[in-house]
Design a protein around this ligand. Structure first.
Ligand code: NZQ
Ligand code: ZN
Length: 386
């Protein structure tokens, strides 16, 4: 097992009817900017619950943060923070609203001229403006990690940022919020969280016995609850296990002591930036070809995953590893998610070359757990995903 440090300061408040606890968690003297997305919270009762819990503090609102949080919109919110002397941010939404809020937390204290530099120059935020979240969509784990991904439609870019100052102070996770989520977004949440575990697990063995079993248990839980969540999002126990699995998949715990891959996300983000494909679905497009292309390097973990998660016990390591990839693709299809780029766009010709060129331009010359996935290999993987 590799050396590691682990610190996660986010307080999690989990369970039924917990949104009202905002009242005691937000400092009484805070001037709060309440941030939300396209308006789903106004239809499902979450907005009312939040407002009721915030009657004792001063609140300004900023709605309209789109899925794949858009830089131009966030710059408008930054103006509001400055004009209104906001001291505390509250994100009520899914990964997009939370990530947008993390950007604002960083941008509010940023001393440079252009906040976009935070993304392009890899500026880590040591201390941001304090913020909290009310999670409305389990998927990204953003509610308990310090990373964010921001989109700039003007340049068709989607870039990551982060830093130890970007953990939420607290996050409220009430699984009842799931009942209003459309099927497409439920499937996305299941897919994204599953893939977060795979990115931190499907590498090579390092005797991280407990880490492997943490990861496998999250995968098994997602597989078990997926059909229940999709069939009946009001099933509280399924919703609760789904929500907690998503948080645990990307709150830092399972990545400690083991190598990480994250090349699937790097390629996937480009497909969202270029075509607007939902984040989770881009991962389903890239993962199968990524695992096939890197089969030799990953086959031991693929076989272990096949055995422990899918009960694939017959055959050699190669047989089990290959069957594990096939079973994974079948699982994505069971979620209702297509796994080829051509299922999402007719304009796919040239995409692989474009992504490889972007990675070259950014100096991303060696992705993956061995840092040897060069742009020419990226090009081949993306082509295999057409
Ligand atoms: O905007 P509203 O009206 O709220 O509707 C949203 C949005 O249309 C809707 N929704 C959310 N909660 C709902 C609901 N509809 C009904 N009932 C509810 N309770 O769902 C739609 C999608 O929301 P979004 O926040 O975009 O989804 P998700 O949570 O999947 O977030 C995706 C974003 O997170 C980034 C992705 O790249 C993408 O930009 N990621 C962030 C990560 C992180 N910070 O750690 C890691 C991930 O790998 C990912 O990259
Ligand atoms: Zn993801």
């Amino acid at each position: 097992m590799n050396n590691f440090e682990l610190k996660n300061p986010t307080k999690i408040i989990f369970g039924k009817d917990t949104i009202k606890q905002l009242e005691s968690e937000i400092p009484a003297d805070a001037k709060v900017l309440l941030l939300y997305g396209g308006g789903s919270i106004k239809k499902n009762g979450i907005y009312e619950q939040v407002k009721k819990a915030l009657t004792k503090v001063e609140v300004v609102e900023f709605g309209g943060i789109p899925a794949n949080p858009e830089y131009a919109t966030l710059i408008e919110a930054l103006q509001v923070i400055k004009e209104e002397n906001i001291t505390y941010l509250l994100a009520v939404g899914g990964g997009s609203v939370i990530d947008g809020t993390k950007f604002l937390s960083a941008a509010a204290v940023f001393e440079g001229e252009t906040p976009w530099d935070i993304l392009t120059k890899n500026i880590r935020t040591e201390v941001g403006m304090p913020f909290a979240t009310v999670l409305t969509l389990p998927a990204t784990g953003s509610e308990m990690n310090s990373g964010a991904v921001i989109t700039r439609s003007e340049t068709k870019e989607k870039l990551a940022m982060g830093g130890p100052g970007l953990f939420p102070v607290f996050s409220i996770l009430d699984p009842q919020v799931i009942s209003s989520i459309p099927q497409r977004q439920l499937a996305n949440g299941l897919m994204d969280s599953f893939s977060h575990v795979l990115e931190q697990y499907m590498t090579y063995p390092v005797e991280g016995l407990l880490q492997d079993r943490f990861a496998e248990s999250i995968l098994q839980t997602i597989i078990e609850v997926a059909p229940k969540v999709l069939k009946d999002p009001t099933d509280y126990d399924a919703a609760a296990n789904f929500m907690w699995s998503c948080t645990m998949a990307l709150n830092g715990l399972i990545q400690k002591g083991v190598p990480g891959d994250w090349a699937i996300h790097a390629m996937g983000h480009e497909l969202t930036a270029l075509f607007g494909i939902d984040h989770a679905r881009t991962l389903a497009v890239i993962a199968p070809s990524h695992y096939k292309y890197n089969f030799e390097a990953k086959k031991e973990k693929l076989a272990q995953y096949g055995e422990r998660v899918w009960n694939i016990t017959e055959g050699s390591i190669d047989d089990k590893a290959y069957a594990a990839i096939e079973r994974t693709v079948a699982f994505f299809h069971e979620l209702g998610i297509d796994t080829k780029l051509s299922d999402y766009t007719k304009e796919y010709e040239g995409t692989a070359e474009k992504i490889a060129q972007r990675f070259t331009d950014r100096g991303w010359l060696g992705l993956g757990e061995h840092q040897n996935l060069s742009p020419d290999k990226v090009e081949k993987i993306v082509k295999m995903a057409y």
